[in-house]
Design a protein around this ligand. Structure first.
Ligand code: GTP
Ligand code: MG
Length: 334
């Protein structure tokens, strides 16, 4: 009987969240995101139910990823861009994928102070990164939060990540357009730039093109543009573009958005947007399967009882990694 009651109230909780999200109730939107971010196993059926009900309302947002090294001005830029967009009547959500641990300084968007105006705007919604867990886990929860925001009618979904480690790859796999913010350091601009990031970028913006740094930022822009020209594959539907902007002075924000829309047009016109989203959805499914398998593997009773021993044997070179893996996999498959 108790289970039944629990079940009924859970049903009601999901229905309430769905209604709240659709009607633009911010408290319920936050609650829905908390639910999709929950790592508790007992929340899984509710989470699935909520996402399944919201799914038909998703897919309509312009999904944009923004990355850049610490201090490049991501928060300032997103605030400027967000305010520009709400000024044009858009509704904007901001999510983050933050792979850093609470120990190393916490969430990127912990510094909401720098997005003070946007955070208070009724047409904007800012949500810090879910904390804890692997990058893959954090990213999956952000993907799902993005769907909830879309269902809530946010026409622009911004996803911020700090450009360290692999997080920019993960974010680029959940957005339509991926943007990299760059420091104005001229001359050596390219040295600090990972080629991988350049390859992911659809739009690059050299920030801080103001005051004393204006000329340096413009030089850096030209250098990046030349470098991109060198290894862009001519036949692509889109050639990445480089701009100089000032997030602080709010200069170039409109040009940035125009460029982003041009990218979107190119994707739409060639059918590539749909292809991209299909590929992303499929890859997401596989990443969930891989994570699920890993979890089951580590929790498997017989596997668990022998992991430590076999790891040690491998470390001490008494056993090859291949043999140890084989033994564990056989135990798992049995
Ligand atoms: N001159 C100038 N300074 C800027 C600009 N944008 C940001 N800044 C400054 O750069 C510093 C870092 O800005 P943030 O927006 O916090 O940078 P971030 O990339 O979000 O930094 P993390 O969250 O630490 O990764 C701050 O002192 C900003 O005031 C700009 O357009 N021009
Ligand atoms: Mg920041």
């Amino acid at each position: 009987v108790k289970r039944e009651i629990g079940h009924v109230s859970e049903e009601r909780a999901v229905a309430e969240c769905v209604r709240g999200v659709v009607e633009g109730d911010r408290r319920l939107l936050a609650k829905a995101i908390t639910l999709v971010e929950s790592m508790r196993r007992e929340d899984a059926p509710l989470r699935e139910e909520l996402l399944a009900r919201l799914l038909p309302r998703t897919g309509c947002a312009v999904r944009v990823g923004i990355t850049g090294t610490p201090g490049v001005g991501k928060s300032t830029f997103i605030e400027a861009l967000g305010l520009f967009l709400v000024g044009r009547g858009e509704r904007v959500s901001v999510l983050a994928v933050d792979p850093s641990s609470p120990v190393s300084g916490g969430s990127i968007l912990g510094d909401k102070t720098r997005m003070e105006q946007l955070a208070q705007h009724p047409e904007a919604f800012i949500r810090p990164s879910p904390s804890g867990g692997s990058l893959g886990g954090v990213a999956n929860r952000t993907r799902e939060a993005l769907l909830v925001c879309e269902a809530a009618g946010f026409g622009v979904a911004l996803v911020e990540t700090v450009g360290i480690g692999q997080s920019e790859i993960v974010v680029s796999s959940m957005v339509d357009s991926f943007c990299v913010l760059l420091q104005p350091g001229a001359g050596d601009a390219l040295q600090g730039m990972k080629k991988g990031v350049l390859e992911l970028a659809d739009v690059l913006a050299v920030n801080k093109a103001d005051g004393e740094q204006k000329a340096a930022a413009e030089r850096a822009r030209d250098e990046y543009a030349r470098a991109l020209g060198l290894f862009s594959p001519g036949a692509a539907v889109w050639t990445p573009r480089v701009l100089a902007v000032s997030a602080r002075e709010k200069v170039g924000i409109d040009a940035f958005w125009e460029t982003l829309l041009a990218h979107r047009e190119a994707l739409l016109g060639s059918g590539e947007l749909e292809n991209k989203r299909r590929r992303q959805a499929r890859a997401w499914m596989w990443s969930l399967i891989e994570q699920g398998l890993q979890e089951s593997f580590r929790e498997h009773r017989e596997v668990k009882s022998r992991i430590a021993e076999l790891e040690r044997a491998v470390e001490e070179q008494r056993l090859t990694p291949a043999a140890a893996a084989q033994t564990l996999l056989e135990l798992f498959r049995k």
